[in-house]
Design a protein around this ligand. Structure first.
Ligand SMILES: Nc1ncnc2c1ncn2[C@@H]1O[C@H](COP(=O)(O)OP(=O)(O)OP(=O)(O)O)[C@@H](O)[C@H]1O
Ligand SMILES: [Mg+2]
Length: 259
């Protein structure tokens, strides 16, 4: 799973990981909550062994509401049905529906590599887990809860099953925001596997004095990630050609780390 603030390169890094795994002969599923078009654009072409899907909140909410209605409606009178319909229109329904879809996607990881572009934050995971626990308690009915949802948090906490990659940029604010994301994940019992510091100018490939200076200014932030935040880190260079399409994504995945 890739996580990080807006625009830092989550979709790019997730796509690069997926392409590289597929190239090594693995079956890979890449899933996103971004607009699907963006992932398709980043990927650029179909890759053998790699499938792509999107968790679309509107679609998931409709599916979830229909499921709940068809299960409960036979046992309800007209007023009960109307109440349930109203209940399903609350914003929580979308969150629970997306959470369930996310859990289903994660469960595919039993059979293939699943690369998730932009996972929910630790805060969201804990909140929704609490909501589900409450629901379970109120309904006193374990069987109500899909297996994938029941097993989601244990799977995410299992370092042998899930690896969270935190993506950030070598600048003050992005690094500090990523550090907060990490604390939030740790509170949910999930330790990030690695950090990717993306779009760095600190490598050897630059001659322009402005870019060289910019690269120098990155160094304290890169050091902070390396020394204080990450147990594994890779620094990826800024690429003049946007890293889109399987070839450039693989090139990015195989970049000599900057440091
Ligand atoms: N190493 C890089 N060098 C140059 N451009 C990059 C690099 N990594 C990402 N980009 C470009 O930066 C932009 C943002 O990247 P991307 O879409 O992967 O970020 P994101 O974190 O998924 O954004 P969002 O939060 O909007 O989903 C894209 O245009 C992408 O092609
Ligand atoms: Mg994205």
């Amino acid at each position: 799973m890739t996580m990080g603030k807006g625009g830092v390169g989550k979709t790019t890094v997730a796509s690069a990981i997926a392409v590289e795994l597929a190239h090594r002969g693995h079956r890979v599923h890449l899933s996103t909550t971004d607009p699907a078009a963006h992932l398709v654009q980043t990927m650029g072409a179909s890759v053998p062994g790699l499938s792509i899907s999107r968790i679309d909140p509107a679609v998931e909410t409709r599916r979830y509401s229909e499921q709940v209605m068809s299960k409960s409606a036979p046992h309800l009178d007209e007023q009960g049905k109307a109440l349930l319909e109203e209940d399903l229109r609350s914003p929580c329904t979308e969150e629970i529906a997306v959470f369930s879809a996310f859990a289903e996607t994660v469960s595919r990881g039993e059979n293939e590599f699943v690369v998730l572009d932009t996972a929910p934050t630790g805060h969201t995971l804990l909140l929704l887990d609490a909501a589900e626990a409450y629901h379970r308690d109120v309904s006193r009915n374990q069987s109500d809860l899909p297996e994938a949802v029941r097993r989601l948090l244990p799977r995410l906490r299992d370092g042998a099953f899930t690896r969270v990659v935190l993506v950030t940029l070598p600048e003050a604010t992005p690094v500090h925001e990523a550090a907060r994301l990490r604390d939030d994940l740790v509170r949910a019992g999930i330790t990030p596997f690695a950090w990717v510091v993306n779009q760095s100018f600190s490598g050897n490939g630059f001659r322009d004095p402005v870019l060289l200076e910019r690269g120098r200014r990155e160094l304290p932030f890169i050091a902070e990630v390396r020394d204080r935040l990450a147990s594994r880190m890779v620094v990826l260079p800024w690429k003049r050609e946007p890293p889109v399409g399987p070839d450039r994504l693989r090139e990015l995945a195989g970049s000599q780390p900057v440091l």
